[in-house]
Design a binder for this molecule. Structure first.
Ligand code: SF4
Length: 315
């Protein structure tokens, strides 16, 4: 579900992405780091990795032709029910109903469904209702109309019911209960982590490390960091200990740089960032998969995690 500002941002990314990787072959052969650099700032980095994996499969196993069969297409990495239905209907005219968050809101209101929209268990019910409504002769137009209806007219707050083309069929509108749908299950708050981050200088270089490709924020680069676990030690001491224990480097903490907060989809971080000076030791990679000592002005060549962008200008 993209808001208008996000739509504009995504269109700019999309256009740059197509210039950089204009064919499936070029996407399949893309260097992962180059790909993540183009994606940097969009979040959901697994999607970028899956897109490349899918392109590799299409190029190597399918003669470079995107499958026009739903089930084959659905098996590609990163493709779920929504993507499969959207691509198969819009690109190939096949009769599948695409159900995203916007569409679920429309359906929940039209039918006054009392199932929460944010559980996997209710997915089947929303899909069933969408299949029932689907115009099988025009699945592409139908899906795009439902997406637009949800995004522009049937807005989460203050839906524009009086100009809505389906208000005569909408149970919520007919009973003036639009604001009571869709139902949502209250989720537990996302976890919050308190971290120390070390910007370690060695001469005119600084140290960055790369996260494991298959993990969270996989393949992105970051400054060495670690979690402050229940301790009364001052954060600068924790920083020194973590860099010693996790990276085998002895450092001097020279100054406190800043504190930043960042929220990802599944967790939040608060970072205490320190400027440090390398003293001795040969780096050992524990959790990280790679590292580089780079000049400060080379940092833009590396796709960095979002939280680190917040203090880059201070270094
Ligand atoms: S009538 Fe109102 S609540 Fe119903 S689908 Fe249209 S915009 Fe949504």
């Amino acid at each position: 579900m993209l808001q208008q500002t996000q739509v504009r941002k995504v269109i700019e990314y999309y256009q740059r992405f197509l210039i950089k990787f204009p064919t499936l072959e070029q996407l399949a052969n893309a260097n992962l780091q180059e790909l993540l650099k183009e994606w940097e700032g969009l979040g959901y980095y697994a999607r970028a990795r899956n897109l490349r994996k899918a392109a590799q499969i299409v190029v190597s196993d399918m003669g470079g032709q995107i499958p026009t069969d739903y089930n084959t297409f659905r098996k590609l990495p990163g493709v779920g029910d929504y993507t499969a239905a959207a691509v198969q209907s819009i690109a190939f005219g096949h009769s599948y109903a695409a159900v995203d968050g916007n569409v679920k809101r429309v359906i929940a209101r039209i039918f006054m469904l009392d199932s929460p929209v944010n559980t996997t268990r209710s997915q089947g019910l929303f899909q069933e209702k969408a299949n029932f409504l689907l115009d099988e002769d025009q699945p592409s137009t139908f899906n795009q109309a439902m997406m637009e209806l949800g995004a522009i007219t049937c807005r989460p707050k203050s839906p524009l019911c009086t100009i809505c083309p389906v208000h005569m069929f909408c149970a919520a509108f007919q009973t003036a209960r639009q604001d009571q749908f869709p139902l949502r299950l209250q989720r537990k708050p996302i976890p919050s982590y308190h971290l120390v981050v070390a910007v370690i200088h060695k001469g005119d270089q600084i140290l960055i490390t790369q996260r494991q490709t298959d993990g969270l924020l996989g393949g992105l680069w970051e400054f060495p960091n670690g979690e402050i676990n229940n301790t009364e030690d001052p954060p600068e001491d924790v920083c020194r200990q973590i860099i010693q224990e996790d990276f085998n480097l002895q450092i001097e903490v020279t100054s406190f740089l800043t504190q930043t907060k960042h929220t990802y989809t599944h967790f939040k971080t608060t970072m205490e960032v320190f400027e440090c000076r390398y003293q001795s030791g040969k780096i050992v990679l524990g959790q990280a998969q790679d590292y580089r000592w780079i000049k400060t002005d080379q940092i833009n060549q590396y796709p960095l995690i979002g939280a680190n962008h917040k203090f880059l200008s201070l270094i």
